[in-house]
Design a protein around this ligand. Structure first.
Ligand SMILES: NC(=O)c1ccc[n+]([C@@H]2O[C@H](COP(=O)([O-])OP(=O)(O)OC[C@H]3O[C@@H](n4cnc5c(N)ncnc54)[C@H](OP(=O)(O)O)[C@@H]3O)[C@@H](O)[C@H]2O)c1
Length: 340
């Protein structure tokens, strides 16, 4: 049990960072607001008036060390993560703090696994990238579906959004991340076919049947970290992708007291092994907002000892996936249904 519950939120000025700060407060943890710009950090909402602020740029290792002192965990919400994840995660590990982020970028997760596993083990801390809607949620669902087994022949992940109002950070990240996307084919990471395959997918109502295109995110790298999947395909409905690619689509607008938009999401995961077919379907509201309960559930478990070991890990490797999903459901963050 770690008695220091101070959690540094880097990128606290951003859309996702604010959801994370609010969720930490709601759960009785102590957020420290951090970022690169003192003025923007100072300009947070009135409810943050009493919270500590720490300014540090990622190019200043000494400043980062000072910013991290006395914190038990670092939550990185500052994307593009290609620019922020490695220096911040390295500084967290050096300071003896756990590190988590919300990256959907595959190369970021690969770099953190490659460079920080051994140092994190030596420091007895966990580095858990992609603990968010894209990446972590599918990883947790596949892990829970397999119920302790580590093998599946074919896994399909399908994400359906009724709208996608992208934030500025999402748009910049899309431009910054030009790496070839990876899938798992014949048991190894392999480039996504070009052009990416299209098909139709039937989500729960009210979304129903949708055209989807294969578009893998960070779940491919996290799943490959700890499960043996022969074929992993990730799909996104084309309607939401068209909105993301349209420069005129507005940013998300808060329509409830928690700041969530009206966006609805649906995530299906289907795992096949021989004749055994299992399916999990999850639905909820606002992909940015829901990333906060997902990552803060991870933070809480790292701080109170409900995790397995240390090192650079996938969400379903370091946490009890089924139990995390039950906690998110109990809290009203997601609705989940399993079929087999
Ligand atoms: N995996 C998922 O499901 C998921 C969910 C939510 C968000 N995300 C990702 O998270 C990232 C942030 O999204 P958002 O919606 O919060 O965007 P946002 O509202 O535009 O906020 C971006 C934040 O990142 C900070 N930042 C960006 N580059 C930085 C750098 N080089 N150094 C220091 N700080 C930097 C910004 O600081 P300033 O205020 O100083 O500019 C700001 O705090 C995006 O990459 C987004 O795609 C992923």
């Amino acid at each position: 049990m770690n008695t220091n519950e101070r959690v540094l939120v880097y990128g606290a000025t951003g859309h996702t960072g604010r959801f994370v700060v609010d969720e930490l407060l709601r759960r009785g943890l102590e957020p420290v607001l951090a970022g690169r710009d003192a003025e923007r950090l100072a300009a947070g909402p009135a409810r943050y008036a009493g919270l500590e602020r720490r300014v540090a740029t990622l190019a200043d290792p000494a400043g980062l060390r000072r910013a991290l002192s006395g914190t038990a965990a670092v939550v990185n919400c500052a994307g593009p993560f290609l620019d922020t994840a490695l220096p911040l995660a390295r500084a967290a590990v050096d300071a003896g703090a756990h590190y988590l982020d919300v990256t959907a970028e595959q190369p970021v997760v690969q770099a953190l696994y490659r460079d920080l596993d051994a140092p994190a083990r030596s420091a007895n801390v966990a580095v858990v990238p992609a603990m968010a809607f894209y990446g972590g949620l599918a990883d947790l669902l596949v892990t829970a579906l397999l119920e302790g087994r580590s093998h599946a022949e074919v896994v399909d992940v399908a994400i359906g959004l009724d709208r996608w109002w992208p934030t500025a950070g999402t748009r910049v990240t899309g431009v910054r991340n030009t790496a070839t996307r990876l899938v798992i084919r014949d048991g190894v990471l392999a480039p996504l076919e070009s052009p990416a395959p299209f098909e139709t997918w039937t989500f729960d109502e009210p979304l129903g049947e949708q055209a989807v295109v294969q578009l893998p995110f960070s779940e491919v790298i996290t799943i490959d970290r700890h499960l043996e999947v022969k074929e992993l395909r990730s799909h996104l409905n084309t309607g939401s992708l068209d909105e993301l690619r349209d420069a005129d689509t507005p940013a998300p607008e808060a329509v409830d007291q928690r700041g969530r938009s009206a966006q609805r999401f649906f995530v299906d995961v289907v795992a096949r092994d021989g004749g055994d077919v299992r399916r999990a379907s999850v639905s909820g509201r606002d992909i940015y907002a829901v990333s906060a309960p997902i990552i803060v559930e991870g933070v809480a478990r790292l701080l109170d000892g409900r995790h397995h070991g240390s090192g650079a890990c996938a969400p379903g490797q370091v946490f009890d996936a089924a139990d995390v999903l039950r906690a998110l459901q109990r809290d009203g963050a997601i609705a989940t249904c399993y079929e087999s």
